[in-house]
Design a protein around this ligand. Structure first.
Ligand SMILES: NC(=O)c1ccc[n+]([C@@H]2O[C@H](COP(=O)([O-])OP(=O)(O)OC[C@H]3O[C@@H](n4cnc5c(N)ncnc54)[C@H](O)[C@@H]3O)[C@@H](O)[C@H]2O)c1
Length: 540
């Protein structure tokens, strides 16, 4: 986290000091409780200062301290309740991260019950609180980040603040505008907040499958209801077999029955299968409705949820019926990776590795080192999700961000796959042929791993890359326990034949993306069938 000061403000009784103390502990920072500092410096309680010098006298001291604190960094500052009502004081903290703590009147009354040292609460306490809250409403509303403190412990609130401050917002430019990817922890609880800014209908749909729905739908629904959305949940069967036009038709029926309209957001909650299927439906229902991606697999976070490609499979091939549909936003909550089965985590790692090969040699290097901190040994295998747990959330977050930045950089340059975006298809032509032969019973990420390894062997055979590059690629997939060879049951000839329906064939000639070196790939045309068969033979 950066070193900017974190300033907690809000009405009295909202927990600024206790939350500030928990937050300072979590972050290893010093807490400055402004009222306590002023009292200590003046040798008088706040009540005594008010009695002797009036509110104006106290506000002067407060102002001076704010100016002083604004010049420092790495502090957690708990202000007095009225400190940031003055716009000049808010402006003085322009470089800080200011958070307003909120609580209901009832909660404030209960928390301040028995407090006799509050000079501004003389008389009927509840009436005074309501009066002061009304007077300060505009000032508090001028602060962008608010955190609800009702019925929560200071530790819970402090953790939420850390999560929110650490949330990254990465913008992806599209030809017409841009959409944000929110990346961080505990984001499902904030789905409503992310959608609030858009002028959507309250009626909306969360489309998921029974596996992901059972784990996460309720949290998303609650977050939506908290922002006055009225969501309906629609489930489609789990698995690649449901990524087809029958499911799309089923979704149309359910959208119509649920009275979803032009401004109803459709939220895809799941992995790439959900994102692709729901995206295509959202692109065509009522000629297009707002679409939000909540990717829940590593693969969908680093790849399928970004870039706007949505599609379903056809009996003749994968992703043959598709469209471009840019999401309104992508909400990538790293916490959901905790429940992801190890094999699925590995499958996602295949795309992370692929992105390293395509455009980020440093990311590739990081992955080579990954896991060594735990084992202390080089060359050890990283057992999928275990790797994620031990390596830590922060590191996973950084890897996800790096991997998705490779994709962002490419899709921004070529949003509709007219040229450089084809680089993202490294290994896909082989992978998709293998997936098809396996009747889609194989994880996409595994097929990508096999496909990239065939591409690496082919490239090395042609001296397009050196043997060292090929070997580094293959051993990194091995390190993450990903398959680097094609199952024996498929012959090279069968695979070559299955490659015939792939979309990368233009004018009958096969074009492939091949690695030149780690971090650089290029398109190669006019490849001979024999060269491909040789590489496939080495891979089976
Ligand atoms: N549109 C694109 O640009 C693009 C890019 C790459 C891949 N894809 C597509 O993505 C699909 C593969 O996506 P995938 O690998 O995410 O597979 P998937 O969507 O089938 O998910 C894998 C499995 O994990 C389960 N799951 C998902 N999230 C979970 C969680 N948090 N906890 C526990 N279980 C969870 C799912 O229910 C499923 O059983 C393929 O259809 C592929 O063609 C699309």
């Amino acid at each position: 986290m950066d070193r900017r000061n974190i300033v907690l403000t809000g009405f009295m009784g909202t927990g600024k000091t206790s939350v500030g103390s928990a937050l300072a502990k979590l972050l290893g920072r010093k807490l400055i409780d402004m009222d306590t500092w002023i009292a200590a410096r003046e040798g008088q309680t706040v009540a005594e200062i008010f009695a002797e010098r009036g509110e104006a006298g106290f506000r002067e001291l407060e102002r001076a301290l704010i100016v002083e604190l604004a010049a420092s960094e790495n502090l957690v500052i708990a202000t007095g309740g009225g400190a940031l009502v003055n716009p000049e004081n808010r402006a003085a903290f322009a470089n800080a991260r200011v958070i307003c703590l909120d609580a209901s009147v009832e909660e404030i009354v209960a928390r301040l019950n028995g407090a006799h040292d509050r000079p501004l609460l003389r008389g009927d306490k509840k009436a005074r609180i309501e009066e002061l809250l009304t007077a300060r409403r505009d000032a508090y509303n001028a602060i962008e980040m608010h955190v609800n403190t009702n019925q929560r412990t200071p530790q819970e609130i402090a953790q939420e603040i850390v999560n929110r401050l650490e949330t990254r917002e990465i913008l992806v430019k599209t030809p017409d505008s841009a959409y944000p990817i929110f990346l961080g922890n505990e984001l499902l609880e904030r789905v409503g907040e992310f959608l609030r800014a858009h002028k959507f209908s309250s009626r909306c749909a969360v489309v998921t499958n029974p596996t992901v729905g059972a784990l996460y739908a309720e949290r998303v629904l609650e977050a939506l209801r908290a922002e006055n959305f009225s969501p309906v949940v629609i489930e489609i069967p789990d698995g690649e077999q449901s990524k087809n036009l029958d499911t799309v038709r089923e979704l149309y029926d359910q959208f119509i029955a649920s009275k979803l309209e032009r401004r109803s957001p459709i939220i895809a909650l799941g992995g790439g299968v959900i994102g692709d299927t729901v995206g295509l439906t959202a692109a065509t229902y009522l000629r297009g409705v707002p679409f939000v991606q909540i990717p829940t697999t590593l693969l969908s976070m680093v790849d399928s949820s970004i870039g706007g490609k949505v599609a379903v499979d056809h009996p003749s091939g994968k992703n043959l019926i598709g469209a471009f549909k840019f999401p309104l936003c992508v909400i990538a909550d790293l916490n959901v990776l905790e429940t992801l089965p190890t094999e699925e985590f590995r499958a996602g790692m295949a795309e992370v590795i692929k992105h390293g090969i395509i455009g980020d040699a440093e990311l590739f290097g990081e992955l080579e080192k990954w896991g060594e901190k735990e084992t202390g040994k080089q060359g050890d295998k990283v057992s999928g999700r275990q790797g994620s747990r031990e390596t830590g959330k922060q590191e996973i977050g950084e890897l996800v961000e790096r991997a998705l930045r490779v994709k962002i950089e490419i899709v921004e340059r070529d949003p509709f796959e007219e040229n450089v975006r084809a680089h993202l298809n490294l290994g896909h032509t082989f992978g998709q042929a293998i997936e098809r032969l396996a009747e889609y019973q194989m994880r996409h990420g595994y097929a990508v791993a096999m496909g990239v390894c065939v591409a690496a062997r082919l490239a090395a055979n042609m001296n397009f890359c050196d043997a060292k590059t090929r070997d580094e690629i293959i051993s990194l997939f091995e390190k993450f326990e990903l398959p680097t060879k094609i199952p024996r049951e498929f012959s090279p000839e069968q695979i070559l034949d299955a490659m015939g329906t792939d979309k990368k064939i233009q004018n009958g000639k096969l074009r492939l993306i091949l690695p030149r070196e780690i971090g650089r790939v290029e398109m190669v045309s006019d490849l001979s069938e024999q060269a491909i068969l040789t590489a496939l033979n080495e891979s089976c």
